[in-house]
Ligand binder design. Structure first.
Ligand SMILES: C[S@@+](CC[C@H](N)C(=O)[O-])C[C@H]1O[C@@H](n2cnc3c(N)ncnc32)[C@H](O)[C@@H]1O
Length: 406
């Protein structure tokens, strides 16, 4: 069957109109003429008859087998435009529009956190990434996404896998770059015993890790695995949320800081370990609200140690079930809100009823963002601007910051 691609869907699959309805086509671009036979409505390996001018040779040798970077066959300019369009169409789905600023994309080799998979083999260990929606593990020799310091841990990750993966099981190897060096959090490992503990402690030493945790328990903390948030150093719990690249975090923070302006009192909702709250505390009092007690404890310790910042208070609260109410929001000149992918429908409904003058909304899901934005606009807010921040380059993932005011 020969088809012409209409558009890319929001998950990055190309979509063409077939004789019996839409056909999904892997790794194709709008305007391309492709050939292939659909299986269950999808062409997994199309032959490209007429390539798009936006098609590029994927720069990574692992592109075919690895599950990351699924948009690497498209030019940077195309991906940026497409991500902006994903946001525009999510807003249009709610009858909304917003002035979009140019997309800010994190550079290659800047991911400071990644979770690799490790499996034992007859010869030793295989460490890499899974194929797209597949059990196949691709050994990674080079990766254009990961920070070089993360890549340098691959030999150590193989040794950790040999030492601590069961015969059948697979390890999750989450590596994070911190100010103290690398923080490795392993899940799915063999149960701890004295011999394994000694082996892992030895590997943490040999690999000069800041911290090594095993199935949620610390094995070795050789230096504090800290993150710098403004003037504060925070040691997040192993595996706690962290923005994926330093550049992405800086772009989000710059947009949030600009959005809130010179107000004296800010609520940071879904605050995590203080990515926004602590830098903002150099200019305003901040009330940080979040459901993870450990994240708030890390934030609070970082604030106390930093000194010289305005007051930062913390509150552990489930904002889905108990959003801040208009009365509680009254004292804030601005609210920062950065929910998980599900969005913050209940909190948006309360903000819509509030008198808060400015909202800086950060989102990793344009669909739930648009749903929540509609509530805010119905409550009298307008969208002043919207900034797409791409810290997951070559992937269909889209993040953004928007300023709302009333
Ligand atoms: C996208 S992260 C943002 C964290 C932080 N703003 C940052 O940039 O590092 C979302 C945060 O929401 C928190 N969270 C998830 N569900 C929540 C809920 N129902 N109530 C409050 N916080 C929640 C998570 O623990 C996580 O820290």
């Amino acid at each position: 069957m020969i088809l012409t691609i209409d558009r890319l869907g929001h998950l990055g699959d190309a979509i063409a109109q077939g004789p019996e309805g839409p056909v999904y086509v892997a790794q194709a671009l709008p305007g391309e003429v492709v050939e292939g036979e659909p299986v269950a409505g999808r062409i997994a390996a199309p032959r490209i008859i007429t390539p798009s001018p936006d098609r590029v040779r994927a720069p990574c040798p692992h592109f075919r087998a690895c599950g990351g970077c699924s948009l690497q066959y498209a030019s940077d300019g195309f991906v940026e435009g497409w991500k902006a369009d994903v946001v525009r169409s999510a807003l249009a789905g709610q009858g909304l529009e917003a002035p979009l600023r140019p997309v800010v994309t994190s550079p290659a080799r800047s991911r400071r956190r990644a979770t690799l998979a490790g499996r034992r083999t007859k010869k030793g260990a295989l460490v890499g990434f899974h194929g797209r929606a597949s059990e196949m593990l691709t050994e990674i020799e080079q990766c254009l996404l990961l920070h070089p310091a993360l890549m340098a841990t691959l030999p150590l990750l193989r040794e950790v896998t040999v030492a601590g993966a069961s015969r059948q099981g697979e390890l999750g190897l989450m590596v994070t770059l911190t100010t103290g060096g690398l923080d490795l959090a392993v899940t799915g490992g063999k149960p701890m015993d004295a011999a394994l503990f000694a082996a892992l402690a030895g590997l943490a030493e040999a690999g000069d890790l800041a911290r090594l945790s095993w199935n949620g328990e610390p094995v070795a903390t050789r230096r504090p695995p800290a993150q710098r948030f403004g003037a504060a150093e925070v040691v997040p719990a192993a595996g706690a949320f962290l923005q994926a690249t330093a550049e992405g975090e800086a772009a989000l923070l710059a947009a949030v800081t600009e959005a809130v302006g010179g107000v004296r009192s800010i609520a940071d909702l879904f605050a995590g370990s203080g990515t926004f709250a602590l830098p903002l505390a150099s200019r305003a009092e901040v009330h940080a609200v979040e459901s993870e007690v450990a994240a708030l404890a890390a934030l609070d310790t970082g604030w106390r140690r930093a000194g010289g910042l305005h007051k930062v208070s913390t509150e552990a609260r489930d904002l889905f079930r108990r959003p801040l109410l208009p009365d509680e929001l009254r004292r804030f000149g601005a609210v920062v809100i950065d929910p998980p992918r599900a969005g913050a429908e209940a909190q948006a409904a309360e903000l819509a009823r509030s008198a808060v003058p400015v909202i800086a909304a950060v989102s990793c899901n344009p669909v739930t963002f648009a749903r929540d934005a509609r509530l805010l606009l119905a409550g009298g807010y307008r969208i002043d601007w919207l900034q797409v921040v791409d810290q997951f380059r070559w992937s269909p993932h889209v993040e953004l910051v928007a300023r709302f005011s009333r």
